[in-house]
Design a protein around this ligand. Structure first.
Ligand code: NDP
Length: 286
């Protein structure tokens, strides 16, 4: 754990730059044991940030995470999310307690609003602050918030302030580079990059990504497009990536991406294949 690079937030808290996603985990009983083993391998290696949500499998992901972290709670920085449909004062309090129960813990380290909904953000944040006061959450944040929404949050002058903004960020979704990434950085809000591997889909078959991968080796052998995609997200010091690995093979492969330093030539080639934004794009979300 000590050797892993860290990302720092305004709250004097730092966490390793590589975390673990859990969307779809717990949905298929046949995969359950390997998913748990993969999460536990990651935790023991030092990938302490585990991201889940009440939405994932209607609580199935939180239950699986609860099983994986039993006996390891002190090694984990646990993140879960409340749905916008549960974002009223009363519902946030209830949702949080239900999440804690499914996770088998007394508190979560970070509680996020999954995306903005109809409930005024001031009401949700008030509920988050109350949960902080009660010790049920250590910090709060948001997900899928663009700059305008982040500014609304800032205007609330809440203490504690927003810890993190979890957004879609990968080679094929670079919109946040136009302004949101810099905004978060300036306000010392951690940017949590979700779906950094393009959900393991088409993006990884891009020929340029494959060519860049062919130029790198890790201690375990030839680098893969997934490792390059992850190394690219992690190239900047203040972004936390949360890829989901349901197998030990994928988990160890993702850890090895920390060995890869992209060259200027790699960056230029990737910029040509996955163009950075030249103007404001609406924030993409899944
Ligand atoms: P990712 O980009 O993390 O991709 C996950 C997919 O890639 C899985 O199919 C996985 O397969 C595969 N994979 C993992 N490692 C490798 C590897 N080394 N080589 C090849 N394939 C690999 O997508 P997610 O959408 O899961 O995003 C990550 C996490 O972000 C989520 O799990 C969730 O926690 C969070 N999230 C948050 C959202 C939000 O709105 N806040 C929205 C979406 C995601 P396998 O499972 O077989 O290992």
């Amino acid at each position: 754990m000590n050797g892993l690079p860290k990302v720092y937030a305004a709250h004097s808290v730092s966490v390793p730059v590589l975390g673990q996603g859990t969307w779809n985990m717990g949905d298929n009983p046949a995969l359950r044991q390997e998913e748990i083993a993969s999460l536990q391998y990651g935790i023991d290696y030092g990938l302490s940030v585990i991201d889940t949500a009440e939405m994932y499998g209607n609580g199935a992901s939180e239950r699986l995470v609860g099983e994986a972290i039993a006996g390891r709670r002190d090694k984990v920085f646990l993140v879960t999310k409340v749905l916008p449909s549960n974002a009223s004062k009363e519902d946030v309090a209830q949702s949080c307690r239900k999440s804690l129960k499914r996770l088998g813990v007394d508190y979560v380290d970070l509680y996020l609003l999954h995306w903005a909904g109809r409930v005024p953000i001031s009401e949700t944040v008030e509920a988050f602050v109350k949960l902080c006061d009660e010790g049920l959450i250590k910090a709060w944040g948001v997900s899928n918030f663009d700059v305008a929404e982040m500014q609304t949050l800032e205007d609330l002058h809440t203490m504690p302030s927003c810890f993190a903004n979890q957004v879609l960020y990968s080679l094929d979704h670079r919109g946040i580079e136009y302004d949101l990434l810099a905004y978060n950085r300036q306000k010392e809000v951690i940017t949590m990059a979700y779906s950094p591997l393009g959900q393991g889909g088409r993006m990884l078959h891009n020929p340029v990504l494959q060519q860049v991968a062919a130029r790198h080796i890790t201690t375990e052998g030839q680098a893969t497009p997934a490792q390059i995609a992850l190394a690219w997200v992690l190239r900047q010091p203040d972004v936390l990536a949360i890829p989901k690995a349901g197998t030990l093979k994928h988990m160890t492969s993702n850890i090895l991406s920390l060995e890869i330093s992209l060259t200027e030539r790699d960056m230029l080639d990737l910029d040509k294949a996955f163009a950075p934004p030249k103007k404001k794009w609406p924030l993409a979300m899944l």
